[in-house]
Design a protein around this ligand. Structure first.
Ligand SMILES: Nc1nc2c(c(=O)[nH]1)N[C@H]1C(S)=C(S)[C@@H](COP(=O)(O)O)O[C@H]1N2
Ligand SMILES: [Mo]
Length: 408
């Protein structure tokens, strides 16, 4: 009678499926690497757009630059999710690899495993935190933006190291047909009898029947899943896909054709915003101007099509009407390229006060908007007035503005 084998830690050799192969890992990895590369570069743009004042002057043209880069950022991250899952599944038997007996082999093994561990942890963290942020769910206590940015460097560093170390395997795997076996440094090539004694497997040796899906199908399925994820969310920023994108955040219509992120109710600003005694205060040192809504409407009005581009990946264009910020500065004798502090009526919150650098202040397109789509601004879009500047992240397009103050 055969006794059941005692439980033991698995070994790499226990995983015989031909899908656990560098042939799959390298092919999925190319796409995954491209997604991470795009997400990293567009993430840098996003970081610099929000880090103001900084050593970098973020440009105000093209007006939709940030809309495109941030859309790409969120979409490349979304596309990476299915790819990362398939890639991790393909390579997970390597987790059970054991180093050779020599000290040097052990050291190299530990270093290699540690770098892969950092890469996997950082990649999972970036995709998970980004996904949750785009759904505005924050089940954590750290600042999302700073942490996501810092771990982004960790991920890209570990990725570059990983690609460099793996380059020979990647090149071999990509140079051969997908069905060819490339040793991954662990198991014998699966589905081939161990070549004990004879250097070539004999021609008559029986090949086991392939079970389940082929490597090619696995790679294609991973890419298809990735494409579906993109199409299901891209409507948040690509108007043509709005109806198809069932998972697109805020791809629906908000008041006046533009979605809402934070409503007046959620910002606890409704009463203040509707108060009949509302006045906008503009401050330049000791000079102050105080304007009622009627007075603002009596100033010269401009109308521009500009996008709201949220960091969460959704964006929408609107026709905004109102007064130029630089015209308001003239009222208090401030130069048009002043730096401004923009203060909202909103009593609290991270975006209640923002900084408007001089390149935006002096720009003709930068408005204190009083209208959207030809109508008085909806209270959820920032009534009585809101900032709208070209090529600026949505979070910094302050709603319910009550005060503009010239700062150094
Ligand atoms: N005062 C204030 N302004 C704000 C916000 C906020 O929470 N408070 N949210 C910002 C964010 S994150 C975005 S994307 C835009 C959305 O503008 P919308 O609701 O008009 O589309 O407003 C920005 N302005
Ligand atoms: Mo936003």
């Amino acid at each position: 009678m055969k006794l059941p084998a005692a439980p033991r830690v698995p070994r790499r050799e226990d995983f015989g499926s031909p899908l656990h192969s560098p042939a799959v890992a390298a092919r999925v990895g190319v796409w995954l690497g491209a997604c991470f590369g795009i997400a990293f570069l567009t993430g840098l743009v996003s970081h610099f757009a929000q880090t103001t004042p900084g050593w970098l002057t973020f440009p105000t043209r093209p007006v939709s630059l940030y809309r495109v880069t941030q859309g790409l950022h969120v979409l490349s991250g979304t596309a990476a999710i299915p790819l990362l899952l398939v890639k991790l599944w393909t390579v997970y038997p390597r987790f059970f690899l054991r180093p050779g007996p020599r000290l040097r082999q052990v050291v190299v093994h530990v270093l290699e495993r540690a770098s892969v561990g950092i890469l996997v942890a950082a990649a999972i963290f970036e995709l998970a935190s980004g996904l949750l942020n785009s759904t505005q769910w924050y089940p954590w206590h750290f600042g999302f933006r700073r942490t996501h940015y810092a771990v982004g460097w960790l991920a890209i560093g570990a990725l570059v190291l990983h690609i460099s170390v793996k380059l020979p395997v990647i090149r071999t795997a990509l140079g051969l047909p997908i069905s060819a076996d490339v040793g991954d440094g662990g198991a014998e090539p699966p589905n081939q009898p161990a070549a004990s004694g004879s250097p070539e497997p004999s021609e008559t040796s029986e090949q086991p029947e392939p079970v389940g899906i082929s490597r090619r199908s696995l790679v294609r399925t991973a890419l298809a899943a990735s494409a579906v994820a993109v199409v299901a969310t891209a409507g948040a920023t690509v108007p043509l896909l709005r109806r198809v994108s069932v998972f697109g955040v805020r791809s629906g219509q908000g008041p006046q054709g533009v979605p809402i992120n934070k409503s007046a109710l959620a910002a606890h600003v409704t009463d203040l915003a509707r108060h009949p005694g509302y006045r906008l205060t503009v401050v330049n040192g000791s000079r102050t101007a105080s304007l009622s809504l009627d007075e603002l409407n009596a100033m010269r009005q401009y109308e521009y099509a500009l996008p709201i581009s949220c960091v969460e990946g959704w964006s929408a264009s609107g026709m905004w009407g109102g007064v130029r910020i630089k015209d308001l500065l003239t009222l208090v004798g401030a130069p048009s390229d002043s730096n401004l502090k923009v203060v909202s009526l909103q009593p609290a919150g991270a975006f209640a006060v923002t900084h408007l650098p001089s390149q935006f202040t002096r720009d003709d397109l930068t408005l204190l908007a009083l209208r959207l789509a030809g109508q008085t601004l909806d209270i959820d879009h920032g009534y009585p007035c809101r900032l709208i500047a070209p090529d600026r992240p949505g979070v910094l397009q302050t709603k319910w503005v009550e005060r503009l103050e010239v700062v150094a």
